[in-house]
Design a protein around this ligand. Sequence first.
Ligand code: DC
Length: 224
Amino acid sequence: MDKNIVVAIDGYSSCGKSTLAKALAKKLHFIYIDSGAMYRAVTLYFLRNNIDLTNHDQIAQALKNIHLNFHSRDYQTHILLNDEEVSDEIRLMPVTENVSSIAALHEVRVEMVKQQQRMGRSKNIIMDGRDIGTVVFPNAQVKLFMTADPKIRAERRYKEVVIKEPHISLEEVFESLAHRDYQDTTRAESPLTRAEDAIILDNTDLTPDEQLAFAISKVEPFLK
Ligand code: DC
């Protein structure tokens, strides 16, 4: 029987939130939910359908037409947008460049938060994002706020992105991350900020195993 333990992981872009969340979910047999993938899938729909971000009727209609589903294989995120697997496409630059603007829209946030809270009901989950410990699950038992040196983050992100988009430079990735951080922390609605009771995890000098051990030590007391 699940105890309904919620682990909320928030932090800047490319801090390794999903790497940690997946490893933790695997270790603890929790369900992993990547909330950023939801905002990315909505962004893909908006781009494909040329939704005007100043037109509230269009936004509301678009949100009604969007059906998101996750299916999990080996703790990797697979997200379906109206039954189409879009997991790869949502990681490409067109979505990445636009997601912060779309994630700042009030209507989009209300709908995503509603769906995320539903997913967390009566299950043990790990959710990563920007507002999980502050807005989505303010009562989460464990809250981690992840950070790392911006240069290290850009290098990590570059290694992932260049495989699929070889024309991209490290500088472009650095600028894109800085721009997203700025948008995510300064937006009017639920900006990225550390919940007062969140534990800071700076992984600049930590290996994936070290950060996993740290996170496990914070969750373990709640498993007993
Ligand atoms: O974690 P990510 O890079 O996949 O997230 C994509 C964008 O979605 C990010 O720029 C901010 C937004 N986001 C958000 O506003 N709230 C969340 N809970 C998760 C992501």
